[in-house]
Design a protein. Structure first.
Length: 200
């Protein structure tokens, strides 16, 4: 599946939000990108503009292209019940996101790379598809080769990482205790704007 390979700081600055978990490495977050960035202001935004920005922010945060994200929303809209729960259940259960939530990677792009390089196993089988969806009861583990990567080794050695309630982890193995829902997403996202944007 295609992925964005351009400048990432530009995207975070456009949304005014650290999309890729760069933290202190991300500079000028409050300055708009482009030639007129320092002078430009976010100004007054229409309802459509607000919905568009929320959609773009969420899509970029999870590392998706437009068609894939649109398909996920369309799938969620077809299911009876809370659309936001279904949509974020789909997004959170992606393998690259699960690897990130388990604390095996600092960022989603790094988690995606681990999956793509065949360092991740699901139920003991190697899976290199970032969009693979885990199910309740699945185990997700890192191979020992990945655990020796300096940045990963340092990350695994850190204490105090808080796991989402729907996941459990012991050493290099994590388990999906239940399927995630909207309440499990810690980032500040307005799901109503996203759903209304695609429902128009």
């Amino acid at each position: 599946m295609a992925r964005y390979t351009g400048a990432k700081d530009r995207l975070s600055r456009r949304e005014g939000f650290d999309l890729f978990g760069k933290g202190a490495k991300l500079t000028r977050l409050n300055v708009l990108p482009g030639q007129h960035g320092p002078k430009g202001t976010r100004g007054r935004v229409s309802q459509y503009g607000t919905q568009l920005r929320e959609k773009q922010k969420t899509k970029r945060m999870y590392g998706l292209m437009e068609r894939q994200f649109k398909n996920y929303v369309a799938e969620a809209l077809k299911v009876k019940g809370n659309t936001a729960d279904v949509l974020f259940g789909i997004l959170e259960s992606r393998l690259d996101n699960v690897v990130y939530r388990l604390g095996f990677a600092n960022t989603r792009p790094q988690a995606r790379q681990l999956v793509g390089h065949k360092h991740v196993k699901v139920n003991g089988e190697r899976v290199n598809i970032p969009s693979y969806r885990v199910k309740k009861g699945d185990t997700v583990s890192l191979d020992t080769k990945a655990a020796e990567i300096p940045s990963i080794k340092k990350l695994l050695g850190e204490k105090g990482y808080i796991l989402p309630r729907w996941l459990k982890r012991k050493a290099l193995v994590g388990k999906v205790e239940r399927m995630p829902s909207r309440e499990d997403v810690v980032e500040d996202i307005n799901d109503r704007d996203i759903i209304e944007f695609y429902s128009r």
